[in-house]
Design a protein around this ligand. Structure first.
Ligand SMILES: C[S@@+](CC[C@H](N)C(=O)[O-])C[C@H]1O[C@@H](n2cnc3c(N)ncnc32)[C@H](O)[C@@H]1O
Length: 339
């Protein structure tokens, strides 16, 4: 089956189990989409109204357009809590202020886990959290461990899960038995397989690079010691899509080279395909808003495989779940630093 046909069929939301998942900081629903396709009933919370609208338009579950805080009260009865706490404080391009950054969503995530006591939780973040802000990741995981969870983390590259893009992100899972991350695949899907049919047909003149932009990009690449131009190559996976490199014409922008030699910034649909959103998934809001929703998302195809691992955990470990002993608990003082 082609990549596009696979997305369009495999990622249809089909809640078919009794399992309920709560998605905090849900964005447009990339992570939730994978869970719904794996049979979960989802509920999202997202403060950006356009992103919440996109979620509600495409998923079966509701998304509340609400700004979360540590005071937020949730309905009970969620088996799983997932989320992408805001990552600006931890991205390498950001200022790396960690816990002191008011956009930090981890205290909210931790409070939700404390309140709901899910059987499993999972959060996603940028890889920078494993480096300059590792001390904070350690505090977050210690706090969650003190609630009785085993914590495991993996740096997963979406390209190993059928997504035509090199995108490394940190996934942290908390559970009380045995969890198996999905197995990576050897086959890599290429840009050509994902958007080959769109490249020459979409002719949005405003996205064609002007000769002066070409000169600007060439200077930018020379300054950043680029050996090959950072165009998308049809025979390879894409480099990481970010809000910045898809939403605006910067030196680093994601663009394709047309047969006539001109270059063009990628469209919203092309960006969505490279992030593994199916073609039936429609984004709401201005074009910039849509690019941001896509750049922020967990690729749904990767989310689907993670969700299948979560479903297997829930189905297979009912009687196995363990009570961690008091010796695994950490002093509550650590939690105090977080809130
Ligand atoms: C990295 S994105 C999440 C992407 C999502 N997991 C997906 O797969 O599509 C983080 C989202 O958190 C939202 N957000 C940040 N702070 C929030 C808050 N206090 N309450 C609700 N949403 C918030 C942002 O608007 C942004 O859409």
């Amino acid at each position: 089956m082609s990549y596009i046909a696979q997305l369009n069929h495999q990622l249809r939301p089909q809640p078919s189990t009794a399992y309920r998942v709560l998605d905090l900081f849900a964005g447009c629903g990339g992570l939730s989409l994978g869970f719904e396709a794996a049979g979960f009933h989802s509920v999202g919370y997202e403060m950006d109204e356009r992103a919440a609208e996109t979620y509600s338009k495409n998923l079966k579950g509701p998304c509340y357009a609400q700004k979360l805080s540590i005071e937020t009260e949730y309905d009970l009865g969620f088996d799983v809590v997932i989320g992408g706490p805001p990552c600006q404080p931890f991205s390498v391009g950001g200022h790396q202020k960690g816990v002191s950054d008011e956009r930090n969503g981890f205290p909210i995530f931790i409070k939700a886990v404390e309140q709901l006591q899910p059987r499993l939780f999972m959060f996603e973040n940028v890889r920078g959290m494993l480096y300059a802000n590792k001390w904070y990741l350690d505090e977050v995981t210690a706090s969650l461990r003190s609630m009785g969870y085993r914590i495991e983390h993996r740096l997963l590259n979406a390209v190993h899960y059928g997504v035509p893009q090199n995108r490394e992100r940190l996934f942290v899972v908390g559970h009380k038995a045995k969890f198996h991350f999905p197995k990576p695949q050897h086959h890599k899907v290429t840009v050509g397989e994902a958007i080959g049919d769109l490249v020459e047909t979409i002719m949005d003149e405003s996205k064609i690079l002007t000769p002066s932009m070409d000169v600007y990009v060439a200077k930018y690449e020379k300054a950043s010691s680029c050996i090959n131009p950072r165009d998308l190559y049809m025979e390879k996976p894409a480099r990481t899509l970010t809000c910045r490199n898809i939403a605006a014409p910067t030196g680093d922008m994601q663009r394709v080279k047309l047969q006539d030699g001109r270059r063009r910034r990628i469209s919203v649909r092309e960006a969505a395909r490279l992030q593994s959103f199916p073609d039936w998934f429609e984004f709401v809001g201005t074009e910039t808003n849509q690019y941001y929703q896509i750049g922020n998302a967990v690729p749904p195809l990767l989310a689907y495989q993670l969700a299948q691992s979560v479903r297997a955990y829930l189905e297979e470990t009912v009687d196995e779940e363990i009570e961690l002993t008091a010796t695994n608990h950490v002093p509550t003082g650590i939690q105090m630093q977080l809130f």
